[in-house]
Design a protein around this ligand. Structure first.
Ligand code: ADP
Length: 286
């Protein structure tokens, strides 16, 4: 398997690559991760079961979409495929270091620049992807209320109904047009899963974002997600707002947008996320 992956790296980069050392890297939630090196060039590899191939392909295409925006550093995808019953993705290895106030400020500014990249096809993407390992549907949709209601909230609620009880879901879905009334977001290129584990800084101080669930959506979904588990450093929000200020009503929409991730956490991990999702629905309907 290792040989085949090395050969594919050689082929795609048009330069011979033989693995001299592979080091396991922890910290990921879903996949096995490795740093591969030939002593000169380094690559980052993620492995999973063959059935996860579509997930890696979507990750590669998402990284490419963000890299092609030339707004923010992401690891360039190199190759992806299936070998000996495993699926894999290889991308640039980025040596990660310690963050600084400056780096967080720049991350905010660069994310704002990425959010200024908009789709002329509406909300969605050219393919489906995953959030965690839950499917995430991205059919092109002209209107944000429909997209968010159908392909984000309703989708997760349908999964959540298998193991939980969410009595106010119909009411919430019906209330979406009024919750989003007067808000007319552009279809911005978003990361889609921007919790703190997916934002970092290289050793030379460049901010990076990793492991996306890319689509075109309301840019506020990314900012809201940064706040799910306690928030990014203040400098990030200063940088973002200096470049592309958030608009009135964000604080309430934040709850609506994070409900998607909390429902997804309930679907992935169960436990207290169910009651958290319920109380978010109550707050939104109050
Ligand atoms: P998973 O898909 O399993 O959640 P991640 O993509 O989050 O895995 O990667 C796991 C860890 O590996 C990250 O927390 C990060 O520290 C590190 N990492 C991710 N991508 C790279 C990269 N391109 N170069 C170097 N380290 C990386």
């Amino acid at each position: 398997m290792w040989n085949e992956i090395a050969q594919e790296i050689s082929r795609v980069t048009e330069r011979s690559f033989e693995i001299q050392d592979r080091r396991s890297i922890g910290g990921g939630s879903i996949n096995q991760a490795y740093r591969l090196t030939d002593g000169d060039r380094d690559f980052f590899l993620k492995l999973n079961q063959a059935a996860q191939y579509a997930m890696f392909e979507a990750e590669a295409l998402g990284l490419k979409e963000m890299a092609d925006s030339h707004t923010i550093r992401v690891p360039r995808p190199i190759c992806w495929g299936i070998v000996e019953g495993s699926s894999y993705i290889v991308m640039e290895y980025l040596p990660l270091g310690n963050s600084s106030r400056d780096a967080w400020y720049q991350l905010g500014q660069q994310l704002a620049a990425m959010h200024r990249v908009v789709s002329d096809r509406g909300f969605g993407w050219h393919r489906d992807n995953t959030i965690g390992d839950t499917p995430q549907k991205n059919p092109w949709t002209a209107d944000w209320v429909t997209f968010y209601g159908e392909h984000r909230l309703r989708y997760q609620l349908q999964l959540a109904n298998r193991r939980g009880n969410f009595p106010r879901q119909a009411e919430l879905l019906a209330a979406l047009p009024s919750l989003l009334a007067g808000h007319e977001p552009l279809p911005s290129l978003v990361h889609g899963d921007l919790w703190s584990g997916n934002a970092s800084v290289t050793v030379d101080g460049t901010p990076v974002i990793l492991d996306p669930a890319t689509y075109y959506g309301d840019r506020e979904v990314d900012i809201a997600m940064t706040e799910v588990f306690g928030g990014f450093p203040q400098a990030f929000y200063e940088g973002y707002n200096a470049a592309y200020p958030l608009t009135a009503g964000y604080e309430k929409r934040k709850i609506l947008y994070n409900l998607y991730h909390i429902l997804n956490h309930f679907n992935l991990f169960g436990g207290g996320y169910g009651s958290q999702a319920q109380s978010m629905m109550e707050r939104l309907l109050r």
